[in-house]
Design a protein around this ligand. Structure first.
Ligand SMILES: Cc1ncc(COP(=O)(O)O)c(C=O)c1O
Length: 1022
């Protein structure tokens, strides 16, 4: 038995305070800290200094304390940058004291500085930064400890992984056979993979106890959080260095879903500070499992001795769950994943085998009866960004894809088409690829083979000498269909496999496992769509370095998050086939490659959303897809009103563009059809339309119209407003002219207070809010009137850039009344809110019961096609028609009008305004419930699918919480949901999804948001 098998002997608080005073001269209030054997206290002096007093178990030996003190002292010298407790000297200048407690028991007492921080246990979430940071911290710690020595560090400790075999004789304590079998599995893995490598595992003094009570994390802000230290060096021992990250991982993965990704994060961090050797990396996964196995055996044994001790079972249930999760991971795969995390090629033999394959290519190897080095062929783009079949990721409909592929090959006059290796594809739509209809999970997208599109019946030949390893018929939809795997060896005897999918059934009847094949021998034929898993006829050819015991279930497509591991397991088959590199366009560029190129080629002030920029290559309905095929639920973009790439809208543009696109100096029906439909949606007297290309162009024109009518340039705008990016529009946009780089307000611009009843000068609950806010507009109008000026008043009907503001009732009515009393013009900017988004009304101005003189439309009306419009009264239009021709080259062209018409059709036919109302109400109800539970949400506002969540530090002061808002938005992005922030303080989460947003989307959004709002950085500061 190990020496820790003891029970606690208590020390009272009074006694701790007495000991602190007597031994250290420190007058402090003590509070008990949890401890398994020894008694620890937190001390706080009157002048707020803090210490940890440790009164050791009577059975503790002095050498044990001496070792820890010496180690902490060593670390203070060798790794001063690591925050660690510092040993405090006693009044007698010793590092610890021997005394006796009130019960007359001998006690060794020592005192440490207090290390501020939040335990990992109380930290949420355990982010990538924290896990990698923990690995790195431990690596730095152990690197510094490498030069430490003390006799007591060579101790017999049950937690020392190099002695973990002790559990072998204790397995009988685990009564349940399946659980015992689980432990036996990890024990045998330890014996096979670790104990045999014993001599290759470096040893040294290690900290050895990075559990989530001992690891301290910095406060939630500033981000990213850092490791604020580790405490309790009581488990320090001379052991295997690699046990350190293994122990940390065994704790960190408790209660989580993806143990391997946690192991990778910690290993990556550790490796950066302390380079692990190949055998050490190979021991890592078995050691993680073994640490958990030791833990459950220890609990089982101690439970029998001390059934009521809470320490015995503290993490037991979670440890069992973790063991079950780990047992599902193929240990060799785990090894490869950890090698990958530690900067190596995942599969150790990968470089050797690929070099050998290249040599074979030079000798001529092919999987078909043609030399692919010279045969004419066409390389297809089947990536997530491919435009071959349109935006719908489900368009793998085999017949259409087959037609597209073979027609193209015919057109190119080639007999072989190539589908690229390591290409991220959305073609894999069935459940076995991990996808779900709502696009919530990471599905497998990375193609691990190379496709050879050829006519059915095409002979397949062995590119190398080999033996038939297995034959299988994977007949699930979009699976391999009839499948053959051949086994080969390199000249050095390294085993590897080649896989051939989508063959004929007959192939399987004619081959036998074990059958030897000569290089170039025909052994199979390419199957038809009806027998090959439902794919366009092709051979899926893949090289596999380790079958991972998965045989016929070895994947041909991998998750993008594991891309580097799987591409090491399945290297590029073209190494063997030798298709000239210049014929194969490179796979998609990554965001990391694009960002610097943008900096080079584009203006520096072109913004990019999110801390981790997104490359978006496809949009379909309410989802956007990145270059790896990952789907993001779009809760932000108001432009794709009827859904991204709506087929009806796309078809309208394509058909018209294929026929004619020209300008309004020629007569055409489209512009009349469109303007007729637009004006039908607007009240009298808004009857005259101008069609342009962007919101800015439309607002610019609206100002020209207004000025032509009023013969005056004075313009009243709202605080924080934004109306567009031209010179004049910047001048009337306080958001810009008052913002960074802005040059201030022009004298002809008059800024009225934003009628924000949550944060503005008059607040919800007061009477006549609308009139009170509008009074300011009235004053300005009267002032201008006395100077003989006629004002133009421009406002968004629900200010979006201002923070998704809903005006108090009658605000616009009162403002318009004042403007009109001064013979002015009222412009309603409906660029963001118009077109049914609000649910209750088609236009924002309708919610305020007003009719503007000029309405400006943009963004959503073309569903992402450049289209904008200005609609006004005949009277204003006549004033503008002053002899100068109005012409916008692209404005009102037949394509944009065809698009506009299609958008209107879809809106009506799909009942999208009603959907916006229904889903908007669900969201508001759920947000209102969230508001009661989560203090960060100060206000919930909006209408339909135009919503805002105003995040605050305190509900009382309403102090905005922009850092938290940005955190939430970036976390949502990590979770696959796109939102953004807005408002003058950047603290309002802005929600404006396509109007096809569903109930399930709304649920998913609310559940994810709720989870994120529980995380530490999403808490209000006060
Ligand atoms: C309210 C409002 N008006 C006008 C514009 C300008 O539109 P565009 O960017 O299409 O020129 C914007 C753009 O964000 C806007 O939000």
């Amino acid at each position: 038995m190990f020496s820790e098998e003891r029970t606690t002997v208590a020390v009272s608080i009074e006694e701790a305070e007495r000991l602190a005073a007597e031994l250290y001269g420190v007058a402090a209030a003590a509070a008990t800290l949890p401890g398994e054997y020894d008694c620890n206290f937190h001390l706080r002096t009157n002048d707020d200094r803090e210490f940890i007093l440790k009164c050791m178990h009577p059975a503790r030996e002095a050498s044990f304390i001496e070792m820890q003190c010496a180690a902490l002292e060593h670390l203070r010298e060798k790794a001063a940058h690591l925050p660690l407790p510092r040993v405090q000297s006693t009044r007698k200048q010793t590092q610890f004291a021997e005394t006796s407690d009130s019960a007359g028991q001998r006690r060794l007492v020592w005192m440490l500085s207090f290390l501020p921080g939040i335990t990992l246990e109380k930290t949420n979430p355990h982010s990538l930064e924290i896990l990698e940071g923990l690995g790195r911290f431990l690596g730095e710690l152990d690197a510094a400890l490498a030069t430490f020595s003390h006799p007591a560090v060579h101790r017999e400790l049950k937690w020392d992984s190099s002695r973990a075999g002790w559990i072998r004789s204790q397995l009988h304590h685990i009564e349940e056979p399946s659980r015992r079998a689980l432990v036996e599995y990890f024990l045998s893995l330890y014996e096979k993979e670790v104990e045999v490598r014993r001599s290759n595992l470096r040893t040294g003094p290690i900290y050895g106890d990075a559990n989530d009570h001992n690891v301290l994390i910095s406060p939630a802000w500033p981000q990213p959080r850092k490791i604020a230290g580790v405490i309790d060096f009581g488990d320090m021992h001379h052991g295997w260095i690699v046990s350190e990250p293994a122990i940390a991982t065994a704790y960190a993965l408790l209660g989580k879903n993806d143990p391997l990704s946690i192991a990778r994060d910690i290993a990556r961090g550790f490796y950066r500070a302390f380079s692990l050797t190949d055998p050490e990396v190979a021991a890592l996964f078995p050691l993680i499992g073994m640490r958990l196995a030791v833990s459950v055996v220890n609990s089982a044994a101690r439970k029998k001795q001390k059934p009521d001790d809470p320490y015995v079972t503290v993490t037991e249930d979670q440890a069992w769950v973790a063991l079950e999760q780990l047992a599902k991971i193929q240990p060799r795969f785990a090894h490869y994943a950890l090698r990958d995390a530690c900067g190596r090629s995942a599969v150790p033999k990968a470089q050797k085998v690929t070099a050998w394959l290249k040599q074979q290519r030079d000798a001529g190897s092919s999987a078909v009866e043609a030399d692919l080095r010279t045969t004419p062929l066409h390389v297809f783009d089947l990536s997530a960004a491919s435009s071959m079949l349109g935006a719908n990721p489900a368009t793998t409909e085999s017949h259409a894809l087959t037609r597209a592929i073979f027609e193209r090959m015919e057109h190119e006059r080639v007999a072989i088409g190539i589908g690229r290796y390591n290409e991220a594809r959305l073609l894999y739509t069935t459940a076995q690829y991990g996808g779900d209809e709502a696009n919530r999970n990471e599905r497998r997208t990375i193609h691990l083979g190379l496709d050879l599109f050829v006519v059915p019946g095409t002979p397949v030949c062995a590119p190398l000498e080999g033996v038939v390893y297995l034959l299988a018929e994977n007949m699930a939809e979009l699976d391999y269909g009839p499948l053959v795997i051949l086994r080969h060896e390199t000249g050095d005897g390294d085993e590897f496999f080649t896989l051939y999918g989508h063959l004929t059934r007959e192939t399987l009847r004619e081959l036998k496992p074990g059958q030897a094949l000569a290089r170039g021998e025909v052994f199979a034929r390419v199957g038809t769509l009806h027998e090959n898993g439902g794919w366009p006829p092709h051979l899926h050819f893949q090289v596999i370095l380790d079958l991972l015991d998965r045989d016929a279930e070895f994947p041909g497509v991998a998750r993008a998050s594991e891309r580097s591991i799987w591409t090491s397991l399945s290297p590029d088959p073209n190494l063997l086939l030798g298709i000239p590199a210049e014929k194969i366009p490179p796979v998609e560029s990554t965001p990391e490659e694009i960002v610097p190129r943008r900096r080079e080629l584009l203006g520096g002030n072109l913004g990019i959303s999110y801390r981790k920029p997104l490359k978006i290559v496809r949009g379909w309905r309410q989802h956007l897809y990145d270059e790896t095929g990952r789907a993001y639920l779009d809760v932000y973009n108001n432009v794709p009103l009827v859904g991204h790439s709506h087929p009806r809208v796309v078809r309208a543009a394509q058909e018209q563009l294929a026929l004619l696109n020209t300008n309004t100096r020629y007569l055409h029906d489209n512009i009349l059809k469109y303007t007729e439909r637009l004006t039908q949606l607007l009240p009298d007297p808004l009857r005259v339309c101008y069609i342009v290309n962007s919101g800015s162009e439309a607002n610019e024109l609206a100002l020209r119209l207004a000025r032509a009518y009023t013969e005056c340039e004075d313009t009243i705008v709202l605080e924080h407003a934004y109306h567009g990016h031209t010179n004049t529009l910047i001048d009337i946009s306080p958001y810009k002219f008052n913002g960074s780089g802005g040059s201030g307000k022009k004298p002809w611009v008059h800024v009225a207070p934003l009628a924000d009843d949550y944060r503005g000068i008059y607040r919800r609950g007061e009477p006549d809010l609308g009139a009170k806010y509008a009074a300011n507009v009235g004053e300005t109008c009267r002032g201008l009137q006395t100077q003989g000026k006629r004002p133009t008043y421009i406002a968004e009907t629900l200010p979006s850039v201002g923070g998704q503001i809903v005006f108090p009732p009658s605000y616009l009515a009162e403002s318009y009344r004042h403007v009109r009393a001064a013979a002015g013009v009222c412009i309603a900017d409906e660029v963001q809110v118009g077109f049914g988004r609000l649910g209750t009304h088609f236009w924002g101005f309708e919610t305020q019961g007003v009719v503007p003189d000029i309405v400006v439309l943009g963004k959503p009306i073309g569903n992402a096609f450049p289209l904008a419009a200005v609609v006004t009264t005949r009277e204003i239009a006549n004033a503008f028609d002053n002899g100068m021709e109005f012409f916008s080259t692209f404005g009102g062209n037949p394509v944009s009008c065809a698009v506009g018409l299609a958008v209107l059709d879809v809106l009506r036919e799909e009942g999208l305004q009603a959907n916006a109302l229904r889903i908007g109400r669900l969201l508001i109800n759920e947000f209102t419930r969230l508001h009661q539970r989560r203090a960060l949400i100060g206000d919930v506002r909006g209408s339909g699918l135009f919503l805002g969540l105003d995040l605050v530090q305190s509900r009382e002061t309403r102090a905005p919480a922009p850092a938290q808002a940005s955190y939430v938005v970036n976390r949502l992005r990590e979770e696959g949901i796109l939102t953004g922030t807005d408002g003058p303080h950047h603290n309002v989460i802005k929600l404006r999804p396509p109007l096809i947003f569903s109930e399930s989307d709304a649920d998913h959004f609310c559940v994810t948001l709720d989870r994120i709002l529980l995380e530490d950085p999403a808490q209000p500061a006060s």
